[in-house]
Design a protein around this ligand. Structure first.
Ligand SMILES: Cc1cc2nc3c(=O)[nH]c(=O)nc-3n(C[C@H](O)[C@H](O)[C@H](O)COP(=O)(O)OP(=O)(O)OC[C@H]3O[C@@H](n4cnc5c(N)ncnc54)[C@H](O)[C@@H]3O)c2cc1C
Length: 384
């Protein structure tokens, strides 16, 4: 960017749009975020808030694991800055994650995981069932083995959304809620602005951060449209009661009965149980089967949850790209920047995305960190 007075428009007020906006406003830019509904109430609100590059990522996804590791290392400083700017806590917790095996199938899958984790030199420890129960006494006696991932942390994503809105606005960022962007206006190969309520709002730089709706916004040619799909996740929360208060994030290692079960304790007494992973388009209906399987998997890991009151049920849409990695950086239009497709890891990847995208806008340079994640990788793959 040539000077700090350029106008920047961000489409989408989730953690990604807000995180980038906050950093850019602090660097002296004039930023406006257009948000279709209420800011931060889509995937960013639905998430569990796990910061889990080790437990979450598949081992074929090396580059993504690396990106997750970079973002995780940025987290303590990010949280500190955000808490100072917003004057509120975001519930960052560093107790780590236990991946547990509830049967023999799980145990052999866990062994395979552990082997890959060791080869990647990740900080993990193999535990027997008894050792796992010493750490987390609420675990089922059926648990035969576990992996302790000490570096996988968590944040309260709903608090982080509120903190980002506050920090962004306090720094001078403009947030326009209930104002959907209908179209990106492109003329002579340059993105000029966005059309909102039939009015053109011009900008020097436009950042597309509209989560799973990023491919739906009109005005872009095929090669500038991100290939994003929604991936539905059903979740619920329970209210923890005396004696049933796990400290660590507990996960089972595979998508069992179509669900990938985890239990995430929050500082406000909620125990988040998630999540299904369903290719159902934009459908967000809750199903008896989805909730049943989540509860069954969670109960297998911690039987004591059986009597806990249910607080809330919901379904959210993860923004998944064609290869499930985020789409970050420049497009065929020089001033149209992508920050989307964060799929299962958008909360984890917010700090690195905010840092790298704002650096790109301020300096014009694409860092090595995000170079592998540009939109062009899809057209390059198609032409090979
Ligand atoms: C069930 C579930 C569990 C998850 N758990 C985790 C987890 O534990 N850890 C983790 O790291 N990640 C997790 N994720 C993923 C994470 O939530 C997402 O990757 C992240 O929130 C994406 O942020 P975003 O800002 O890109 O998208 P969103 O939060 O969806 O924000 C996009 C915003 O764009 C707005 N928008 C859309 N179209 C327009 C338009 N035309 N004009 C203006 N605004 C528009 C939307 O209204 C929305 O507010 C989970 C997701 C789900 C669904």
């Amino acid at each position: 960017m040539q000077g700090s007075k350029e106008q920047i428009i961000i489409i989408g007020g989730g953690v990604i749009g807000l995180g980038i906006g906050w950093q850019l406003v602090k660097a002296g830019c004039a930023v406006t975020i257009y948000e279709r509904n209420r800011a931060g109430r889509a995937a960013s609100w639905s998430a569990a808030g796990m910061l889990a590059p080790v437990a979450e990522v598949h081992f074929e996804e090396h580059k993504l694991l690396e990106l997750g590791g970079i973002s995780l290392r940025l987290y303590p400083e990010w949280v500190q800055e955000l808490e100072v700017d917003s004057q509120m806590s975001v519930g960052f917790r560093q107790e780590g994650t236990l991946l547990v095996a509830v049967d023999r199938d799980d145990a052999s899958l866990l062994q395979h995981f552990h082997e890959s984790q060791r080869l990647l030199k990740l900080k993990v420890e193999w535990l027997t069932g008894a050792e796992a129960r010493d750490i987390e006494p609420l675990l089922s006696p059926k648990i035969t083995a576990a992996i302790s991932c000490v570096d996988d942390h968590q944040v309260d994503n709903r608090l982080m959304v509120q903190a980002l809105i506050s920090a962004y606005q306090k720094a001078g960022g403009v947030l326009c809620e209930n104002m959907p962007v209908e179209r990106i206006e492109v003329r002579n190969g340059v993105a000029r602005g966005v059309i909102v309520q039939d009015i053109l709002h011009e900008a020097d730089v436009i950042i597309l951060a509209a989560g799973c709706w990023s491919g739906e916004i009109k005005g872009l040619s095929e090669d500038a449209t991100p290939p994003i799909r929604p991936v539905k996740g059903q979740m619920l929360s329970l209210r923890m009661e005396a004696g049933i208060t796990p400290q660590k994030v507990i996960r089972t290692p595979r998508a069992k009965y179509g669900t990938n079960a985890y239990l995430v304790p929050k500082g406000d007494g909620r125990l988040i149980v998630g999540a299904t992973s369903e290719e159902m388009g934009f459908d967000t209906q809750l199903t008896a089967g989805g909730l049943f399987e989540l509860l069954r998997s969670a109960w297998e890991a911690i039987p004591g949850i059986y009597d806990l009151p249910v607080l809330e049920t919901w379904a959210g849409l993860r923004p998944g790209s064609r290869d499930n990695a985020p789409i970050l950086g420049q497009t065929v239009f020089e001033n149209l920047i992508m920050a989307t497709g964060h799929y299962r890891n958008g909360i984890l990847l917010t700090p690195v995305t905010a840092r790298e995208i704002s650096t790109l806008i301020l300096t014009g340079r694409t860092s090595e960190t995000i170079a592998p994640f540009q939109l062009a990788r899809f057209s390059e793959a198609a032409s090979m």
